[in-house]
Design a protein around this ligand. Structure first.
Ligand SMILES: [Zn+2]
Length: 399
């Protein structure tokens, strides 16, 4: 191909992706509105829309309001035109799902990991994928995997995942060779951030957003202008092992006083185990041998003072830390996900209060902290959606 021809082809694909992205971001939209948003000419938009209709990706779904003259035809993405697979490699189970273009889960498979690691853990992923690919949902256009640990996203390599005993594992290559589909491998918290961003509340393609995942560990996904910010070494958002308390308790990473030892579910369980035997009137003292996240949640919901103290303290440490993020990045929308959100609005309020108290007023006033909407499915939703965000052309492969 001549370079001029190549450039024309690139422009064409770029415009097509722009139009698709705009349709994707709206429930319904007219051709004129697409032209306004994308700044492409009406003719270009019409031509692209014709090809999208032909591909079966978009349909005409009725008429919008007329602003003098003919009422415009409204277009909408066909949710079930294509499917993606999302995988979440959790500590105690691997979850896989077939998901349509609007983030609806069509099929969900869970396999307990039973502490398997190394090659055995890879075999579990194969088992999960074989099961999903044997279903009737077609066409499947790609597989996205959210894995714990440090990733090399460009090459799809798991640099280090301690729990799975993987080091420099070329997971994307392994899966591509076996399934002959486009594969993306990303960090589970970064995947969750994308899940919440695309399929949470109100998707805006150019938004800034921080999603903080608070479970047994802590990590964050940072989106800047709608793009995942991974940092120079792919580790942006690895906030769990920042030391925030000098001479604090020992962390599993070997340091003391990490954020994880103060704000995570692991932290509150540990704290409850220490304090419960002394707090005779607490609901937790009666079960001090078998304190778990569930028993703390039960006690918290029953307004047990010790449970409340422990959970609010954890919320305060998180809120104070978030104040740091805000002062560095001035991103005004913070979403919290992960098991800790099961403590609900009361915990959320403790996070908000601590953030306000620790921030420059003007920054705090304009910052919103909310609990996410995708519940426990953010990782599988994000792992699948990330493929599309990177490359809308995937949609055209199986046409
Ligand atoms: Zn640590």
């Amino acid at each position: 191909m001549s370079s001029q021809k190549a450039t024309r082809q690139q422009t064409k694909e770029h415009n097509r992706d722009l139009v698709l992205k705009t349709i994707f971001a709206n429930e319904t939209i007219s051709r004129a509105e697409i032209a306004r948003v994308t700044r492409l000419t009406r003719t270009t938009v019409s031509n692209i829309v014709s090809s999208l209709l032909e591909e079966g990706l978009v349909s005409e779904v009725g008429f919008g309001e007329s602003i003098g003259g003919k009422a415009p035809v409204l277009l909408s993405l066909i949710a079930d035109a294509r499917y993606l697979i999302g995988i979440d490699l959790e500590q105690d189970k691997f979850i896989g799902a077939i998901i349509n273009l609007r983030g609806e889960i069509k099929e969900l498979v869970e396999i307990p990991t039973e502490k398997k690691d190394g090659q055995e853990a890879i075999n579990l992923i194969y088992q999960l994928l074989d099961q999903l690919l044997a279903t009737d949902w077609t066409p499947i256009i790609g597989i996205g995997v959210g894995a714990p640990g440090l990733m090399n996203l460009k090459e799809g390599i798991v640099v280090k995942a301690v729990n799975l005993n993987w080091e420099n594992l070329p997971l994307a290559d392994l899966l591509r060779a076996r399934y002959r589909l486009p594969i993306s491998v990303l960090n589970d918290s970064q995947a969750s951030a994308i899940g919440e961003y695309v399929h949470g509340e109100g998707y805006d393609p150019n938004e800034n957003l921080i999603v903080v995942n608070v479970k047994h560990g802590l990590s964050a996904g940072i989106l800047i202008n709608g793009k995942l910010f991974q940092g120079d070494g792919g580790g942006a958002g690895e906030i769990g092992h920042v030391v925030v308390q000098k001479d604090g308790i020992f962390c599993r990473c070997g340091k003391r006083g990490c954020l994880e030892t103060l704000a995570s579910t692991r932290a509150i369980i540990q704290r409850a185990k220490i304090l419960a035997p002394e707090a005779k009137s607490s609901l937790l003292s009666k079960q001090s041998d078998e304190i778990s996240l569930e028993t703390i949640i039960d006690a918290f919901l029953a307004h047990d003072p010790l449970a409340e103290e422990i959970v609010f303290e954890a919320g305060q440490y998180l809120g104070t830390f978030i104040a740091n993020l805000i002062s560095i990045l001035n991103i005004q929308k913070i979403i919290l996900i992960g098991e800790m959100t099961r403590f609900g609005d009361a915990w959320l309020q403790s996070v908000r209060n601590a953030m306000s108290q620790s921030s420059y007023n003007k920054l705090a006033q304009n910052t919103v902290i909310e609990i996410g909407k995708t519940d426990t499915h953010s990782c599988i939703l994000g792992a699948s959606a990330s493929m599309l965000m990177d490359n809308y052309s995937l949609l055209f492969r199986n046409s």
